[in-house]
Design a protein around this ligand. Structure first.
Ligand code: C5P
Length: 230
């Protein structure tokens, strides 16, 4: 089922590769974020790609346009299929990322660039503290518009943002949705959640699922249970 992205939020190469071995060919992509990338670096990404799996590099780039453009090109050379960048970095930064992808040699796979809008950990008060007086909902919509204008391939959106964003963006941009919890599973620290089927119905193209699979005593069985209900 290639709409499922498993978040490899673990500390070591051994744990990550064990999960890849158990789940490979049943999921679309494996997400490597700051935790695992900081611990194990690009060699682990190359290894997962060498094993024939697709990688979503979730490092949320946010820097000056030149640096982000070069980081995007470096990620593409690692062989990643998707990567994230903060839309708050501005139109010039986002456009530099798109230009970097367009300049890649034909032999290099062009990664899908995904914009992060407002982190779901930020409430309206947190945004006000950093000078954003628009509430989160308006800011998400504004930043999603910027992602579209820059020509990104998609955005990351929480389940509750899915409906409004799908209406705003139409079907041209892919929407990747974390905060997915199968019915009856532990919420962990997530609060705004949806079941896998509900998120797909609301317009998600890809679902990011971490602990409901990776922290289970039987990850392949947990994955199969999720797939059976889609
Ligand atoms: O374990 P869980 O299913 O909660 O993992 C969700 C993954 O999605 C984590 O890697 C987390 O960092 C990421 N994520 C999220 N909420 C966002 C953006 C990313 O949970 N708004």
């Amino acid at each position: 089922m290639n709409q499922i992205i498993v978040a490899l939020d673990v500390d070591s190469r051994a744990e990550a590769l064990r999960l890849v071995g158990q789940l490979r060919q049943r999921v679309g992509l494996f997400k490597v974020g700051s935790q695992l990338f900081t611990a194990e670096g690009p060699e682990l990404v190359r290894e997962i790609v060498r094993q024939g799996e697709k990688v979503f590099l979730d490092l949320k780039f946010h820097d000056i346009p030149n640096t982000v453009g070069k980081a995007v090109a470096a990620a593409a050379r690692l062989g990643v299929s998707m990567l994230t960048l903060h839309t708050a970095g501005g139109l010039k930064m986002l456009s530099a990322a798109v230009a970097a992808v367009n300049r890649l040699p034909a032999a290099v796979e062009r990664p899908l660039l995904l914009g992060v809008t407002v982190l779901t950990s930020l409430a309206d008060e947190d945004l006000a503290q950093v000078g954003v007086d628009a509430g989160a909902a308006l800011q998400v919509s504004r930043l999603a518009g910027l992602a579209e204008e820059a020509g990104l391939g998609g955005i990351v959106a929480s389940p509750e943002e899915l409906g409004p964003l799908r209406r705003q963006l139409g079907s041209a941009l892919k929407i990747v949705t974390p905060g997915i919890r199968p019915a009856g599973s532990d919420l962990n620290d997530q609060s705004r959640i949806a079941t896998p089927a509900a998120a797909l119905r609301a317009g998600a193209d890809y679902l990011v699922i971490g602990r409901p699979i990776t922290a289970s005593s039987d990850p392949p069985a947990s994955l199969e249970k999720i797939l059976s209900k889609l």
